[in-house]
Write a protein that binds this ligand. Structure first.
Ligand SMILES: C[S@@+](CC[C@H](N)C(=O)[O-])C[C@H]1O[C@@H](n2cnc3c(N)ncnc32)[C@H](O)[C@@H]1O
Length: 366
């Protein structure tokens, strides 16, 4: 378990928590990949050296990572993030997860009863006792983080991670050697992507988040060396107040090189002025051929869900994770935002269907 419990607690109770949501769900889709695709003898030849090595180590380390509780059955893109295992295993979060569960029951129990009015439902206390027993008898940080999500979360994380992995690789293949990730959280692309030594990945997030990540990954890469040779530079900051352009330059960022800027899972947590600051940093520091990928949520789905909910999913999805704690900012016009900040060419967008609908938009500076 990590040392700085007080600052860890602080960020888990704040927006930093959200980066563990995503890392936790990436651990599940990675487990899915390992347990299904990789166990098939035929596919072994297509694995990269990085994948082969990681799988061997993770299987030896903890067979229970690839267990039935992490198996899901939706069609999805390939996601391989072996480092999510380390990030989640190093969190001492039992109490936090229990609190999250209490929050669910308090905030959605009435709705759960209403939805099941024809059936005999458990009392709130019975439901809570059932869940708490599960934690007491079988606590595992990775399983427990994933327990607090609806299965829908796995589906969208898989889509999102594989899509953005592809954007990183395409950009790299087209000559981009500088990447800036706003609100990087537990994103591990800087060590998962097979980038060369001329490439630099800048990660911006709160100091406590980056300190935790740096410490855990420094140990993890001794067991699973990065897939590439690139440098990772952590830029601790508060996106709403720091002079981000200056912070980047102080850390070696070169505005004369084309850059891929990425705001994944971020803008809907930030207020509009902070989103505008992010746009401005990219606008003022982008060479020609730079690209920007942004990600927004819609408040409700214009399309039907790709699958049916289970009851349990329903009450998880309608509680904290989606709308109770955070003040979501849906007020983002992606195309306008990109154009306003100079990314006016080759606009592409990808709509992910579901309850929490994501739009990923991507454009290039001429
Ligand atoms: C949902 S997570 C997304 C993490 C990562 N981009 C991903 O998609 O896996 C949001 C991240 O934004 C960071 N964040 C939110 N507000 C921030 C701010 N004002 N300054 C710095 N980081 C911030 C949080 O700490 C968190 O790591």
């Amino acid at each position: 378990m990590i040392e700085q419990q007080s600052s860890l607690k602080e960020f888990l109770e704040n927006v930093g928590e959200t980066s563990f949501w995503i890392s936790a769900t990436r651990s599940v889709v990675t487990a899915y990949y390992i347990s299904t695709i990789v166990s098939d003898e035929k596919d072994q030849s297509s694995l990269s050296e990085f994948e082969k090595r990681s799988i061997e180590i993770l299987k030896r380390k903890n067979g229970s990572w690839v267990d039935d509780r992490l198996k899901i059955c939706y069609p999805m893109g390939k996601v391989f993030d072996p480092y999510s295992y380390y990030l989640l295993s190093n969190l001492d979060t039992q109490q936090f997860i229990i609190e999250s569960y209490k929050f669910y029951f308090d905030s959605i129990y009435d709705e759960y009863v209403k939805k099941n009015q024809d059936k005999q439902v458990m009392s709130k206390q019975e439901l809570m006792d059932m869940q708490m027993d599960k934690f007491k008898n079988n606590f595992h940080p990775i399983h427990s983080w994933n327990d607090i999500f609806s299965t829908f979360f796995f589906y969208f994380t898989a889509f999102r991670t594989s899509l953005i992995d592809r954007v990183f690789m395409e950009s790299y293949e087209q000559g981009i050697r500088q990447f800036v990730i706003f609100g990087a959280g537990m994103d591990t692309r800087s060590i998962r992507m097979p980038f060369d030594a001329t490439t630099t990945v800048y990660e911006l997030d709160f100091p406590q988040i980056l300190a935790f990540k740096q410490k855990v990954l420094a140990e993890a890469i001794k067991e699973i060396p990065p897939a590439g040779q690139n440098q990772t530079i952590y830029v601790p900051c508060d996106l709403s107040t720091n002079d981000l352009g200056q912070d980047l330059k102080n850390n070696g960022f070169n505005p004369n090189l084309p850059t891929l800027w990425v705001a994944e899972g971020l803008m809907f947590f930030l207020d509009t002025p902070t989103n505008e600051r992010i746009g401005q940093v990219a606008k003022n520091n982008s060479a020609s051929k730079s690209r920007f990928l942004i990600h927004k949520y819609y408040e409700s789905s214009p399309t039907p869900m790709p699958f049916d909910y289970q009851d349990e999913d329903y009450y998880k999805l309608t509680s904290r994770v989606t709308n109770k704690v955070y003040k979501w900012n849906f007020n983002i016009n992606s195309k306008e935002f990109l154009e306003k900040n100079g990314f006016s060419q080759n606009y592409q967008e990808y709509l992910e269907q579901g309850e929490m609908v994501s739009l990923y938009s991507y454009a290039t500076k001429p």
